[in-house]
Design a protein around this ligand. Structure first.
Ligand code: HSE
Length: 314
């Protein structure tokens, strides 16, 4: 049964950026970053109005194809509700196409905003597990979406033996000494375009290499940050993607040469340094800035938040 929600319900969601893979944990490890998109929604009698401020303004479709709107409808349907019309306002801080999980944030934010409407109509909101499943179905991989839902560092996994695939995630207790320094370039890159650079098959040697590093990375992220350098090594996707983003590949190498554990953020082109030092070596920062990266420290992101009954206009 679908409950038709009345006009005038409002909801608000805040959702973090994320960095996926963290080197060896391809499609499995993720970390939420302290940079947030905000979504405010109101049900209306008819139609669809979308307002976008900040990142993506004037670039994303202002139609039912808008990712936040698609996710909102998906969340409402899953919660047993429908709406005659919507006003959606997005205040975006997460840069698009930089490997910082903006699409996962849009999907998780849309689903969370649906939760705010469901709760206001006394319907059961979606659980975190449900949010992870639905958002990962949109994404096709659970690493960014799970980090956006749960916040902090997250291990996620996929069971492709079911249809649709089943996505699950468990949070990690990130070691408090680990500091995050993303380098964000002006240039963009599409995840879809750099996923096709990856081979369908990998050798047992390479699989073994990444298995040990990904397992070690869980230890390094939670208990032994001194192991981060070895634990962030990868042979399954970064070397293959490097030629498509030479500045990122070079900045990554410079950081590692300077002794700083660093990885491509998701599919790139952003680069994430994870370190226990208060700052990055001057040589690395100078190189990053000279090659077009904005380098600054960022906090760890929090779990998605949603609430009901907030003013949309004004
Ligand atoms: N695991 C995904 C990939 C993350 O590397 O393609 C995309 O942000």
């Amino acid at each position: 049964m679908t409950v038709k929600l009345p006009a005038g319900l409002t909801s608000h969601a805040t959702v973090a950026a994320s960095s996926a893979n963290l080197g060896p944990g391809f499609d499995s490890l993720g970390l939420a970053l302290g940079l947030y998109d905000e979504i405010v929604v109101e049900t209306t009698d008819a139609g669809l109005i979308i307002e976008v401020d900040g990142e993506g303004a004037g670039q994303v479709p202002q139609t039912a194809e808008h990712l936040v709107v698609r996710a909102l409808h998906r969340g409402l349907t899953a919660g047993g509700a429908g709406v005659p019309g919507l006003l959606v306002r997005c205040r975006n801080a997460i840069p698009h196409s930089r490997g910082l999980g903006s699409s996962a944030a849009a999907v998780v934010g849309g689903l969370a905003a649906a939760n705010g409407l469901l709760a206001q109509a006394d319907l059961q909101p979606l659980t975190d597990a449900h949010l992870i499943q639905l958002s990962s179905e949109f994404e096709g991989h659970p690493d960014n979406a799970s980090a956006a839902v749960l916040g902090g560092a997250v291990v996620s996994w996929t069971d492709t033996r079911t249809t649709p695939a089943t996505y699950s995630a468990a949070p990690l207790r990130l070691h408090p000494d680990i500091r995050l320094f993303p380098g964000i370039p002006q240039v963009r890159s599409s995840t879809a375009e750099t996923r096709v650079l990856l081979p369908d098959h990998v050798s047992h040697v390479d699989a073994r290499f990444n298995l040990s590093r990904a397992a070690l990375l869980v230890v390094a992220l939670t208990e032994r940050p001194d192991l981060l350098m070895a634990a962030t090594d990868d042979v399954l996707h970064q070397p293959q993607r490097g030629p498509a983003m030479p500045a990122s590949a070079e900045y990554l190498q410079v950081l590692r040469r300077c002794g700083v554990p660093a990885v491509l953020s998701g599919a790139g082109p952003s680069v994430l340094a994870l370190t226990t030092s208060a700052e990055l070596p001057a040589e690395a920062v100078e190189f990053g800035i000279a090659t077009g990266f904005t380098v600054s420290e960022m906090t760890v992101g929090e779990a998605v938040r949603w609430s009901s009954g907030v003013a949309v206009r004004g």
